[in-house]
Design a protein around this ligand. Structure first.
Ligand SMILES: Nc1ncnc2c1ncn2[C@@H]1O[C@H](COP(=O)(O)OP(=O)(O)OP(=O)(O)O)[C@@H](O)[C@H]1O
Ligand SMILES: [Mg+2]
Length: 357
C-alpha cells in the first residue's frame, strides 16, 4: 500500500497551455480523496500525470517513499479508470476484466475467480460473454471499474467512474465503492462532478480552479469553512448566497452596508475580518439553510421580498429579493410561505461567511 505526495506539480502542454499550476497535495496511505472543480480545471490531467500517462512538467511526484516522476506507468502500482472507459472492443467483458491479470501472467484459475468476483460485485452477472458494443454506457463503465479492481492496485485513480449511470445505480455504486474501499484499503483518488458523491465518499476533498488548488480539507471543512468565495460557491447545493457590500468600522465591530441598507455584523466575524479581509469591498455569504426568516420586523436584519417558492424533493426554498438579486432561503416544507411580502433575514448562530470581493 502507498501514500502519495504531489510537490509543486506543474503541467504545461506542448501547445503552451498551463493546465496544472504548482499543485501540492499529500495523500495518506489508504485515504479516499476526491478532486472536484469546474470542467477544464485540470482534474484528468492531474490523474494522468499520477498514472504516468502524461509527463510531469515540473515538481515531484512521490508514490510511497519513491520519487516516481520517471517510473514507467506499469511499475507504479496504479490502476486508472478513464472518463471514457477505453475498453477493448474486440474482447468479451470477461476478457476485458481479466486482461491486466493475464498480462501479469496470473494463474488462469485465479483470473477466472477474480472475473467472477468482479462480475458479481458490479452487477454484471451473465454479461461476461458479451462484447462492449453490446452493453449500455453504464454497464461499460462498470466493466472498466472491474478491470481496475481485479488488479488490487495500491493506488486507484477513478475519473468520473459513475457519470454514465442512472441516479439509482449511481447511489448503489457509491455505497459499493465505499465498501470496496473499506475492503481493499487502496488509496483512491476520485474525480467527480457530483458533490454529493464527493461529500459522502471522501476523507478529504481537493477543490481546484483553473489548474490551481483552492482548498484541501475534510467534507465538513470545505463546507463549513470554505477558504474563499470560489470554494464557498462551488461546494453546496443550492449554492451559498452572496451579497456584495462595504465594511464600515463601528467601534469594536463592523457594519455591512449594501445598496443603501445597513446591517450590523455579528461580533464573531471580526476575527475573520482581521485575519483575511483586505480593503472594505466585501461579499457576505450565507447558505440557504442558515437563514432565519421572519415576516415580523426585526431590528437588525437583512430585508427583502419573498418572490417564489421552490421545492427540491425533501426541502423547500423561498427566493427572496435583496439588492435586486434573488437569495435562496430554506423554509419548512409545505409551509405555504406567503409571497410578495416583506421578509426579515437573520443568520443562524456562527453561520455567516465573509470574503474579499
Ligand atoms: N493535450 C492537450 N493539449 C493542450 N491542452 C490540453 C490537452 N489536454 C487537456 N488540455 C487542456 O487542459 C485543461 C485541463 O484539462 P483536463 O482534461 O485536465 O480538465 P478536467 O478538469 O478533467 O475537465 P472535465 O471536468 O471537463 O473532464 C483544459 O483547459 C484542456 O483544454
Ligand atoms: Mg476530466
Amino acid at each position: 500500500m502507498a501514500g502519495l505526495t504531489l510537490k509543486n506539480i506543474q503541467k504545461i502542454y506542448p501547445n503552451g497551455y498551463h493546465a496544472v499550476k504548482d499543485l501540492n497535495i499529500d495523500i495518506k496511505d489508504g485515504e479516499f480523496v476526491s478532486l472536484v472543480g469546474p470542467s477544464g480545471c485540470g482534474k484528468t490531467t492531474t490523474l494522468r500525470m499520477i498514472a504516468g500517462l502524461e509527463s510531469i512538467s515540473g515538481g515531484e511526484l512521490w508514490i510511497g517513499d519513491k520519487l516516481a516522476n520517471n517510473v514507467a506507468p506499469k511499475d507504479r502500482g496504479i490502476a486508472m479508470v478513464f472518463q471514457s472507459y477505453a475498453l477493448f472492443p474486440h474482447m468479451t467483458v470477461a476478457a476485458n476484466i481479466g486482461f491486466g491479470l493475464k498480462i501479469k501472467k496470473v494463474e488462469k484459475k485465479i483470473i477466472n475467480e477474480k472475473i467472477e468476483w468482479a462480475l458479481d460485485l458490479l452487477d454484471l452477472n451473465g454479461l461476461g460473454d458479451r462484447k462492449p458494443s453490446q452493453l449500455s454506457g453504464g454497464q461499460r463503465q462498470r466493466v472498466a471499474l472491474g478491470r481496475a479492481l481485479v488488479l488490487d492496485p495500491e493506488v486507484l485513480l477513478l475519473d468520473e467512474p459513475l457519470s454514465n449511470l442512472d441516479a439509482k445505480l449511481r447511489i448503489k455504486m457509491r455505497t459499493e465503492l465505499k465498501r470496496i474501499h473499506k475492503q481493499l484499503k487502496s488509496t483512491i483518488i476520485y474525480v467527480t462532478h457530483d458533490q454529493a458523491e464527493a461529500m459522502t465518499l471522501s476523507d478529504r476533498i481537493v477543490v481546484m480552479k483553473k489548474g490551481e488548488l483552492m482548498q484541501i480539507g475534510s467534507p465538513s471543512e470545505v463546507y463549513n469553512k470554505p477558504a474563499n468565495k470560489f470554494v464557498a460557491g462551488f461546494i453546496g447545493s443550492p449554492p451559498m448566497n452572496f451579497i456584495e457590500g462595504e465594511l464600515i468600522k463601528d467601534g469594536e465591530n463592523y457594519i455591512f452596508k449594501y445598496n443603501g441598507n445597513v446591517y450590523k455584523l455579528p461580533s464573531y466575524l471580526k476575527d475573520v475580518i482581521k485575519e483575511k479581509i483586505k480593503g472594505k469591498e466585501v461579499v457576505l455569504g450565507v447558505r440557504p439553510e442558515d437563514f432565519e426568516i421572519s415576516l415580523q420586523p426585526i431590528e437588525n436584519a437583512i430585508e427583502g421580498m419573498s418572490i417564489v417558492t421552490e421545492t427540491l424533493g425533501s426541502d423547500d426554498y423561498v427566493a427572496v429579493e435583496v439588492n435586486k438579486k434573488l437569495l435562496s432561503v430554506r423554509i419548512e416544507p409545505d409551509s405555504n410561505f406567503p409571497l410578495d411580502r416583506k421578509v426579515y433575514l437573520t443568520p443562524k448562530e456562527e453561520k455567516f461567511h465573509i470574503f474579499n470581493k
